[in-house]
Structure formats: C-alpha cells, structure tokens
Design a protein around this ligand. Structure first.
Ligand SMILES: *Cc1c(COP(=O)(O)O)cnc(C)c1O
Length: 419
C-alpha cells in the first residue's frame, strides 16, 4: 500500500466486535487461561500482551503502522522523543563504548549525549554533518557502536547525506541511527537510503495537534549484529532466561532486545489512550505533510522577497546550501519549519514576535497551527550575544513553524508584524 492508505488502514484490522475504529485498550494487564500459557508468553514475549509497561494492544497497532510507513520490520513506541533516542543508543552501547554523532542536532539530544550519557560511561564524539568520508572514518574508534544523526536537523535545517553516513557505518560494521522527526516517513524514508534504526519525536508532526509528547524507534531489520562487535545481541541474555536475540529473533533482534531489556527496566511506554491520540494524527499525516511543505515553500519565498529579512534558512529554496541534498532526500517537500533572521537587533526580533496576531509564541514546532520561537529569549537565553553567534544562532533569529491555516492569512500576519 502507498503512504496515504497505510496511514488510514494499517495496524488495526479487526477486534471481536468488528469495531471500525481502533479501540483504546487502557488495561494495564491481561488474563490467561492457564499458568502454562503465562509461562509460554514469558518464554516468547511476541506471543501475547503481558503488561502495559512494555506492550499494549492499542500501542501495538501504532507500532505496526509506523514500521510499515518507514519500511521497517518492527517498531516500539516510547513516552517521548528523548526516551526513543536514549533507548536506541543504550541498546547498542554500554559503559566504555562510544557513539559518533553529528553536532548540529536537537538541543535536548545534545544534552542527553554530552552530559547524561557521560554519567553512564558512554562517550559521544561529535562531528560536522558536512565532514568528508575520511574525517568521518577517522572519528570512528574500535569501541564506537553507532553513528547518530537527524535527517533534517532541528533547528539548523541541515540535510543529512544518509547514503554517505550509512556506507561508512556499514564498512565499520556499526549501525546508522537517524532521527527522522521533521520529515516523517511521508517526506523521507531513511531506511531506503541505508539507515538501520530510525527514531522520532512523535510529539511533532506525527501527533501534529500538540496533544501529547511521544516517541518511537523503528528497526529496519537489515543490520547484521552477528558481524559487528555486539556481544549482547549474540550471547545469551541472563536477564531474559538465556535469550539470544540474533538467534531467537533473527528478523528484528534490535526492537525485541530494546523491549525485553530496556523498556522492561525503564518503563517509559505510552498508554492505550496515548496510542489512540497518536493514531488520530497519523491518519492524516500524509495529507498534512504535503500542505506543511507547500505552505512552507510559499512562506519561505515571501521572506526571501522581504527586505526586512536578512536571512531565510529553508532547504527548499534554490540558493540554500542544502538544496541539492533536499532535492535528493526530500523531493516531496521540506516540511514547514524554517528560520529567519530579522535585519535588526535582538530587540527588533522580540518586537516582531510580539506583533504577530495569528502565529503563536510557543516552545514547540511542527504543529498544526503556525508558531514561532525566539531562541535567544527562550531555549538559549542563558547565552550572551557572542556565545549565541559562536553556536550559529543570530540574536535576531526567529524559528518559524508554519501550520495549516490558509497561507494568505499566514503571510498577511508576518507581513503586518514586519511592518
Ligand atoms: C523534539 C525533538 C526531540 C525530543 O522529543 P520529545 O518528544 O520532546 O522528547 C528529539 N529529536 C528531535 C529532532 C526533536 O525535534
């Protein structure tokens, strides 16, 4: 099936009442007819649902739908994008190991990698996304367990050359993890270009309606863990009655291991109600991504032609540094996120923000409604102007996330605020 159809029909097919809409299984627990049946499910957790700390029938439907959209074999939902990225990395690396990550990624992930993972004994090395193959190869050490990056980075909007990073990762027998939050599988399917694991903050476009925080990890099922240096995948797991993930679950050892070990222990699993709400967003995802992208391009062109805008960063514009990569990896559109730099001071940017009537000021992106954020007053407010410039953020830069309002109304609002 094509994306539009998967969004509507995949995952849930039928329950015992023939409900046409996926039901909410809010139950934490599930009954078994015999003790023996419970024992069998403990031996093979893919047989039935045991406990909603790590599986749930409603969430299971969503996991099947997202895996199918990404072209993966299986997926696991989490209660946030942060949890998805944490688990995807901890499933591969232990104390003493390293991860190689591109540097201009989501600030929350940078903090998780640089500060919190360090406390776990895992070192993350950072590299520029535009590095050449030699530089990337040289940054991989014998104990590097994965490469991590974002398809379209938040907030700097760099486009990842997925094939380049995948080929270097595979030469070194390590998987490539790609956070595909901004494009969603509608605009880009990283697995088609060689990514092994795909993560998302479903809080953004997938949910789309600003209803709930969530995340997901998708397993391509393509990485061969028996070839690399991944003892936990090929040796018996003493914490799970001797399971050997690559032998007992050869199709998707990554997701099964993440669920059996990390979700079991951390318990950051969404409820049935959360799965139901996320599904409402997913049903219209294909349609919405198309419109975010056409609205995004029209708004970017308006900013491009406005003399009060010093800079517009949107990879769908021809003179953008990442235009060619965007044409390759995001041919259907570049989503609705862009950043603009006002020709003026930090105060001028604040004045402009406060004059907006339709677009709302929010610490959020990728919503159904247009919203804006001034990083210098919000996410990066502890930094001086000089420190801001050092990390590539102009004090008069504003991040814009275009929504699904009529584009004429959106442009009119930005125009009057700029005036
Ligand atoms: C928001 C975001 C995250 C974190 O997700 P939460 O759902 O807020 O925990 C991770 N990666 C990217 C690219 C994001 O935009």
């Amino acid at each position: 099936m094509k994306d539009e159809t998967i969004c509507l029909h995949s995952g849930f097919s039928k329950d015992k009442y023939n409900a046409s809409v996926m039901p909410i299984y809010q139950s934490t627990t599930f009954r078994f007819d015999s003790t023996e049946e419970i024992a069998a499910v403990f031996d093979d957790p893919t047989k039935a649902h045991i406990y909603s700390r790590f599986t749930n029938p409603t969430v299971d439907c969503i996991e099947k739908k997202i895996a199918e959209l990404e072209g993966g074999i299986a997926s696991m939902c989490t209660t946030s994008g942060q949890a998805a990225n944490l688990i995807s990395v901890l499933n591969l690396a232990s104390a003493g190991d390293r991860i190689l990550s591109t540097s201009a990624i989501y600030g929350g992930t940078v903090n998780l990698f640089a500060i919190t993972l360090k406390k776990f004994g895992i070192t993350v090395d950072f590299i520029d996304v535009d590095s050449d193959e030699n530089a990337i190869q040289n940054a991989i050490k014998p104990n590097t367990k994965a490469i991590f990056s974002e398809t379209l980075t938040n907030p700097s909007l760099q486009v990842l050359d997925i094939e380049k990073f995948a080929s270097i990762a595979h030469k070194n027998n390590i998987p490539l993890i790609v956070d595909n939050t901004f494009p969603t599988p509608i605009l880009c399917k990283p697995i088609e270009y060689g990514a092994d694991i795909v993560t998302h903050s479903t809080t953004k476009y997938m949910d789309g309606h600003a209803l709930q925080v969530g995340g997901v990890i998708v397993d391509s099922g393509k990485f061969d863990f028996t070839k690399g240096n991944f003892a936990e995948f090929v040796e018996p797991d003493e914490s799970y009655h001797g399971t050997i993930y690559t032998k007992d679950y050869p199709d998707c050892p990554f997701i099964i291991k993440a669920r059996c070990q990390l979700m079991r222990d951390f318990g950051c699993y969404p409820s049935g109600m959360s799965g139901f709400l996320l599904n409402l967003g997913l049903e219209t995802l294909a349609l919405r991504m198309e419109r975010y992208s056409t609205n995004g391009l029209k708004l970017a062109r308006f900013f491009k032609s406005n003399p009060k805008i010093k800079e517009i960063n949107y990879p769908g514009l021809k003179d953008n540094k990442y235009y060619n990569l965007a044409q390759k990896y995001l041919p259907k559109g570049c989503s609705g996120v862009m950043s603009i730099t006002i020709d003026g001071s930090r105060d001028d940017a604040i004045k402009f923000m406060d004059k907006l009537k339709l677009a709302s000021r929010e610490v959020h992106v990728a919503d159904i409604r247009t919203c804006v954020l001034h990083p210098a007053s919000a996410t990066h407010r502890q930094l001086t102007d000089k420190q801001l410039m050092d990390c590539g953020i102009n004090p008069s830069m504003v991040r814009v996330s275009v929504g699904l309002e009529n584009i004429d109304d959106i442009i009119e609002d930005f125009n009057q605020a700029l005036k």
